[in-house]
Design a protein around this ligand. Structure first.
Ligand SMILES: *[C@@H]1O[C@H](CO)[C@@H](O)[C@H](O)[C@H]1NC(C)=O
Ligand SMILES: *[C@@H]1O[C@H](CO)[C@@H](O)[C@H](O)[C@H]1NC(C)=O
Length: 320
């Protein structure tokens, strides 16, 4: 009964463990911690190690001290921690590129890399430390928004050394290594001056703010104008309102608006000759209300058919 599980265990570890339990020959593609654990009894991996782009969370490659090929982690956007705490020698290149969540890269036993080290485009990676790193036979390229890069044991870099970090990063310790003739292939260390925003982003934000303010000002002006237009319209609208509901209503209900206009008010304009019972407008004021039919004595009006001299029509018998 116990034979079956142990056979299964042997079967799963068979492709990994070949000659002896300390050396694993195949190249490794690691997408999870359980994948990494299958190499925990490998002191040495004879091929390359690749972190799958589907890897997420944290991957710690324990017990492996030497990798004969390269170590590559590219585009694993879900991976936050990548560690190979026992790794001392890497015969290929170390590449950590475009890991959008990676905040912890830890290889504190690594002392010799026979090819180059390229660590670029990992926005969350702020602290980079290779405590034991002594020798890099290829290029050393570390660019990002680092606040610290620490290479306290560095003894020689045979290729080009390019280090670029964030505003708060200090180049002093790295610069000091120049006088010790550490950089054989050229050296530069720089920090991104100013904020991490590009000039394009800054211009975009400035334009956005200006457009926003203009939009708010326009809206305020428009609302104010609409209110003024409404107020203007309300005033002249009182005249038609007094025309439309005629005095046929109960006299007690009629508002002061509908009350008969005193004849003294109308005297200069009210004609004496009758023209009929039709409602008439004079100078924009309704004059029939007073006369028809509320008034017991009908008042008739006649309008001048002749030339118009002013803005209103003048009655024939006007004294003026
Ligand atoms: C890692 O190596 C240590 C000895 O250095 C050993 O005790 C341990 O069991 C190894 N881990 C695994 C998972 O094999
Ligand atoms: C990074 O990960 C390693 C391995 O898990 C751990 O020992 C170390 O403390 C971590 N460092 C930080 C800064 O979180």
């Amino acid at each position: 009964m116990l034979l079956l599980p142990s056979l299964l265990l042997l079967a799963t570890s068979w492709p990994v463990v070949i000659a002896d339990s300390d050396s694993c020959s195949s190249s490794a593609t690691i997408s999870s911690q359980s994948d990494a654990d299958t190499y925990a009894n490998c002191d040495q991996i004879d091929g390359s190690v690749t972190i799958s782009s589907s890897a997420s969370g944290s991957i710690i490659l324990n017990n492996v001290t030497e990798i004969k090929g390269s170590f590559t982690a590219e585009g694993a956007s879900g991976l936050t921690t990548l560690a190979a705490p026992d790794l001392e020698t890497l015969e290929g290149a170390l590449t950590v590129d475009s890991m959008s969540s990676l905040s912890n890269l830890s290889m504190n036993s690594l002392s010799e890399v026979s090819s180059g080290i390229t660590i670029i485009a990992n926005p969350k990676l702020k602290h980079l430390e290779f405590e034991d790193l002594e020798e890099v036979d290829g290029q050393l390229k570390l660019t990002g928004s680092f606040s610290s890069v620490s290479l306290p044991s560095l003894d020689q870099v045979k290729g080009q050394t390019t280090i670029r970090g964030g505003r708060s990063m200090s180049c002093t310790a790295l610069n000091n290594l120049q006088s010790e003739d550490v950089y054989h292939g050229g050296y530069s260390c720089s920090t991104s001056s100013g904020s991490s925003l590009s000039t394009g982003a800054k211009a975009g934000i400035a334009i956005g703010v200006i457009v926003g303010v203009l939009l708010i000002l326009f809206l305020m002006w428009w609302v104010f104008r609409q209110r003024r237009v409404r107020q203007k319209r309300r005033r002249p609208s009182q005249t038609p309102a007094s025309i439309s509901p005629p005095v046929l209503k109960d006299e007690k209900q009629s508002t002061p608006q509908y009350q008969p206009i005193p004849s003294s008010d109308l005297s200069p304009k009210v004609p004496r000759k009758p023209v009929g019972l039709a409602p008439a407008l004079l100078d924009g004021r309704s004059i029939y209300e007073a006369a028809y039919p509320a008034s017991p004595i009908p008042v008739y009006h006649e309008l001048d058919a002749g030339p118009v001299f002013s803005t209103h029509q003048r009655p024939i018998n006007s004294e003026s």
